[in-house]
Design a binder for this molecule. Sequence first.
Ligand code: HEM
Length: 117
Amino acid sequence: MGAVVAVSRWLHFCGIAVLLGSIFYGRVVAQDLIPRFKPWAYTAIGAILASGIANVLSKPSIPPHYYAWLGIKILLALHVFGVAAFYRGKPQSLTGALIVGALILGISEVLRYMSLP
Ligand code: HEM
């Protein structure tokens, strides 16, 4: 694995840790997302998007069905991004984002498994 790919995977994981970790804390512990989280949510979303695109571009070859799973993953990711960015005090929306977030983690493993040499 090249250094650039390693850094981009690292950035992807940092963004995911901040975004999903904060949504988990907001839903389970504090039962709310306080407004101070917003700038961090935008930063995490930016980092996840930029590093996700870099991850796609760094693939030496794309196996069959890879883009189908990636498309599903990106649509689900948009849901999580939307809930974090437009949160208006409904903790149930955080529950949905957590479930979808867990699904995305599973789909990411499928993507990884498909593209192993
Ligand atoms: C909440 C949103 C997201 C989560 C939780 C997430 C999670 C993950 C995880 C855990 C991995 C590592 C899988 C592994 O190596 O075992 C991964 C890899 C990856 N992610 Fe994401 N991701 C998200 C959003 C995105 C977005 C928006 C894109 C594309 C624009 C993207 C593109 C990728 C790609 C291409 C890989 C590499 C997969 C492979 O090795 O073939 N991700 N993601």
